[in-house]
Design a binder for this molecule. Sequence first.
Ligand SMILES: C[S@@+](CC[C@H](N)C(=O)[O-])C[C@H]1O[C@@H](n2cnc3c(N)ncnc32)[C@H](O)[C@@H]1O
Length: 365
Amino acid sequence: MKYERFLKSPVFKRFVRKRLFDRASIVNRLLSAWFRTRGAVRPLPRSAEGLRNSELYKQWWYYGIELLPDVVTKSTFPQDFPLLPRMLLRNCDFSGGDCLDIGSVEGLIPVLMCRQGARRVVATNPHLYNYDKVQAVRKYYRAGFDFRQIGSLYDLSKKFGGSQGFDLINLSGVLYHVYSPMHVLAGLRPLLKKDGLMIVSTNVVNRLGFTMEFNERGKLQREGTTFWYPTIPLFDYLLRYFKLLPLDALYYPYGPGDQVRYTPDFESGYLCVVCRATDEPAFGSDDEWALDSIDDSYETILLWDQERLSRQAKSVSSYRVPIDPSLLSPENRSLDLYKMVAQTPPVVKAERSQDSHYLHLADRI
Ligand SMILES: C[S@@+](CC[C@H](N)C(=O)[O-])C[C@H]1O[C@@H](n2cnc3c(N)ncnc32)[C@H](O)[C@@H]1O
């Protein structure tokens, strides 16, 4: 397709590099409007044969999505590859609440957020590359989510202006793609309502200590847009730094069967955590460094809008599963992620389709 060739062209890449997408520029708005109009007016195939022969169906798809009965897009994932945020999302109660999904690709998570009772759902992608597919999924699933093109994942509270707040935010599968994961958390955290839920998941190395492995020469995985794997204690600490209390988590270790993600040199995996927003950093009271750091750092002043965070309304969301008392962290009100991974059986595969990267028309969860 002509516009796909354009998206891959040096001209377009230069355009992205100039970060025009990050600005509320006229060019950006016109381009978005053009894409939206195209999506809105172009009729979707209504027969299985028409769909199978369409450009829409034949292009690259991240998820396996059943668009019409028995017509499922060809995902990049095996059928039993688990989608941990999906498995934790169903334990979140956000009926009547507002949800935000960061990096939605074709919109599997936003569909489920709608089906699980959200009042408003905002799907996002950095660019409009997947827009036709998002639009098609929205229509085939009759899911009324909105879409926002957000450019880079930094400074999201500035990009979502006004006093908007969300009851549930999903930030899954993106922190390893950015130069600076803390910058992303700082920008997103002020968008979460008081006591709201945030699902955060990323690649980790399963060892003690507070370091972050860099994917130098592709030693963790060959994928070219993957940078950082924090240790589990560091991931836990960073969540607490940003006033997020871990409540529940799932861990998927990368095994030798996974030719993309497995490495014999590091015990690594994917850790997905549901957190509740708390007013204070969620450390033991003896961690004065963290409190001083949050108060004094210019990064806080410049990147983490504490005022907006403190003005957020109370969330309607809640989490349905209590914390196992044997996995509590020392401050006694949240989950210790390292203990959880060490003492709980990991997820080794999706036991059923609803735990996977495949979405079927009848799925509610
Ligand atoms: C691995 S997919 C994760 C999809 C989904 N959130 C999930 O958990 O299944 C990564 C998503 O982040 C976006 N993304 C990747 N690198 C990015 C970057 N540096 N800045 C902004 N978005 C990025 C991609 O376009 C895509 O939407």
